[in-house]
Design a binder for this molecule. Sequence first.
Ligand code: ADP
Ligand code: ZN
Ligand code: ZN
Length: 816
Amino acid sequence: MYFIDVILPIPLKQTFTYSVNKDEAAFLKPGMRVAIPFGKSKVYTGIVYQVHDQAPVGYETKSIDHILDDSPIITTVQLKHWEWLANYYMCALGEVIKAALPSAFLLESETIIKLVQTEILDESSLSDDEFLLYEALLHQSSLHINDARNILDRKNIVSVIQKLLDKNIIEVEETVYEQYKPKLKRYIKLASEYTSEEKLRELLDSLNRAPKQREVLMHLFMLSSKSKKPISATVLQKKSQASASTLKALEEKQILEAYFIQHDRVEFSGETSSDIKTLNEAQLVAYNEIKTSFKTQPVVLLHGVTSSGKTEIYVRLIEEVIKTGKQVLYMLPEIALTTQLIVRLQKYFGEKISVYHSKFSVNERVEVWKNVLAQKPKAQIVIGARSSLFLPFKNLGFVVVDEEHEPSFKQFSPSPRYNARDSAVVLAHLHKAKLLMGSATPSLESYHNAKSGKFGLVTLKKRFGNVLMPDIELVDIKEKSRKKQMTGHFSDRLLEEMREVLSNGEQVILFQNRRGFSPVVECTTCGVAPQCPNCDVSLTFHQYKNQLRCHYCGYNMAMMLSCLACGSETLDTKGFGTEQIETELKSLFPNHSIARMDQDTTKGKHAYSKIIEALENEEIDILVGTQMLAKGLDFRNIRLVGVMNADNLLNFPDFRAHERSFQLLQQVSGRAGRTQKRGKVLIQTYNPYHQILKQVSVNDFEGMYKEQLEERYNFKYPPFYRTVKLIFKDKNLARVQKASVWFGQALEIQFKENVLGPEPPPIGRIKNKYIIHLLVKIAKKQSLEKTKKYIENVRRSFNAIKEFSSVQITIDVDNY
Ligand code: ADP
Ligand code: ZN
Ligand code: ZN
């Protein structure tokens, strides 16, 4: 008798044993997929974990339906890595598998399939069963796999579906995101028949009675005499202060011609575009230090201020690694923010780059997966967000974790709640690959690791091209309010600087940490603020839709005309968000184009890229946004960055709040003045003497690091202690309280004063469920293994208590 242990993509800790025959046992290897029956009528795709001949005790094994792969689609290194993840982040291996594999690999009874091709050229290429399914799908738009099984009246359905998938006739249903095509930028030139001086003079004379059109032409000449670069329609219109219709009239007369080029091609036209840039002296020093460090250290942290040219250093290192034939993984916190980077890297490495991201369609992801597995040249460099960590690398040589400080490297929900940066360190170790972390504002954890010798540390203090760090000024808005020097949320200083920058045709970015119009609507008569019925938060006013909305559950209602509690009509809006700033801007700067970037305006498929592109093309003068603005964007023409209010960052109730504030403010500041002219940053605050703001204003990373580290030491937080957070949820408040007290007491027996809570978080109820937190702090010298085992044991006893059976527990290791 032969058996296989199979991992199923479900949140259960154990593997499941099935029986196989001798041939199957000889054929099957760990990492191959099998279709297996589960329960009464379910089919699952399982991953072979091991093949053996030990019959399990106590139950009859079922046999597998059939084998889905000819060779493993998961490598042994992956399995090892995933086991580490499950273990470290206290979840089931099946949960890791579910997160790791593109869903097309994990067909199950609930999977829905639909047609990709509705016309098949060669029907004879399909087997009878394949054809039957194909025909069924011509009549109904989609099918459950279980329905398909009824149609074919056979058990072996998964392989039929797999074949149709492989032939690209069907796909599994999922929101399919289209690939983004960059917009073409419009440029203007003079029609060729006017290029001779004579014709030109005639032309200008003929336009004597159309002064506006003449003005446009004059500016066109001026601009083209200054530089050989193409002249964009927007710039020409702006500089000549003409209207779109004037330009159009000139085009209709066939004096001007419009043409289109993809933006990024223009930026680099004339230069040796595809050649990798020569590093400057500082970059070269850093590069050499990294290489030296890698001789003894597997992980190096590159601390380089914004715009110091870190990316170019990565490029050099990547170039060397791919020459040796090894694979490279380049991880970024959020792929949505990487359009710019992808374009940049594609210029150097062209066809060798694949992008991997959960927002891609399943088929695209499957393709990248297969290319990486087969070590195809076109997937030699993978750029991706955190899920790219799960790809089947065979020969990984180098990992870059860019913007390593970003909290979004940590997956919050669902399980596995892994930190992709830390998991990448383990991945690199398993592959014996080198890993480079980069940031202008490293996390305290990584910087501490570097300082204490666990990582190598390389520093780059100057911006590339001797561009100065922006000049940062703190504006005391308490004082400004007292002196009546505020217009809405704008201080006179901010307005002054904005006017100057805008009059030079340069751009402004304004940062406001909250979206929406104003977080709270309050009745000035009775003080009542409308609350979400499902969550313990006040509703947020969204002016655009004239609605009150909950940012936690999506609940919304029309904005009321009078107070629901007392009927008074004196409603006041307190606090402010991006939308309110946008509204104020529209009346302050009616002649400038204003845009907003926050979660509400970037929901659509390509909304984010569109805003970035409009900013690059200088179609936007002022951009207001949330922290989305902070991440790694490189714009040429931003002269001024304004922070509307730094206080709501600083006052956030979290032990990382100060570190985060420093990082965010430094990062948004880094968007200003990336060219020769020095950029300016104005930070408005009620508290200009706050230590963090002072440190931000003089770029004192070291000072911030030392001070915060001391706090972390005193209050027992990372990097000195590890944390495990337990989150309890239930519809019934008394029950969740009782459950968390029970659990907390069980933990205290072992961990004493290192258990915090039970305590409700700042928002104690979301979607009608009450929430309570417990936090366990684990000293570095304490065994992590044993601690987790203890917590697991408590959880097991807890699960046996009937009274608590409805209480949901979530465990979050190294919580953010
Ligand atoms: P960082 O990643 O540190 O923020 P970047 O790599 O984006 O910095 O570099 C900032 C700017 O300087 C980019 O526009 C980049 O093209 C330019 N740059 C950096 N290094 C070089 C170099 N060696 N030669 C030419 N341009 C460079
Ligand atoms: Zn009222
Ligand atoms: Zn809500």
